[in-house]
Write a protein that binds this ligand. Structure first.
Ligand SMILES: [Zn+2]
Length: 110
C-alpha cells in the first residue's frame, strides 16, 4: 500500500501554520502535523488509514464528492489530496460522513 509522506517540517499540513511560533501546539496525527484548527483533518486521515483508505461517496452542501475507487491503488494519495486541499464543504462533509459510518454498528465485518 502507498504510504503517507511523513512531515519533514513542523507546520500544519493544511494551512502551513507553525503553532510553536505563537506559543501554540501542533498535533501529530497520521504521521503529519496539524494545528488546533485543523486537528480534525488529521483525525480524518487517521480514520482513513485505519480503514485501508476506503472508497467513499460524500453528500456535501454545495455538491457531492467521492474519494477513491474500490480497491483503487491511489486511494491513499486521493485521501491525502482531499484532506490537504479539499474545500471546506468537502472536508466537513467527509468528516460527517465518516462519523455516521463509524456510528453505524452494522458496519460490515472485514
Ligand atoms: Zn492548520
Amino acid at each position: 500500500m502507498e504510504m503517507l509522506n511523513k512531515d519533514e517540517e513542523y507546520r500544519c499540513r493544511r494551512c502551513g501554520k507553525n503553532e510553536q511560533e505563537n506559543g501554540g501546539e501542533l498535533h501529530s496525527l497520521a504521521d503529519l502535523y496539524w494545528c488546533e484548527d485543523h486537528r480534525h483533518l488529521g483525525e480524518l486521515l487517521l480514520w482513513a488509514g485505519n480503514h485501508q483508505f476506503p472508497a467513499i461517496k460524500i453528500v456535501g452542501i454545495d455538491q457531492n464528492y467521492a474519494i477513491g475507487a474500490p480497491n483503487g491503488p491511489d486511494n491513499a494519495y486521493l485521501w491525502e489530496r482531499g484532506v490537504f486541499q479539499g474545500s471546506e464543504d468537502m472536508v466537513w462533509s467527509t468528516l460527517s460522513t465518516v462519523m455516521s459510518l463509524s456510528e453505524n454498528k452494522d458496519e460490515e465485518s472485514a
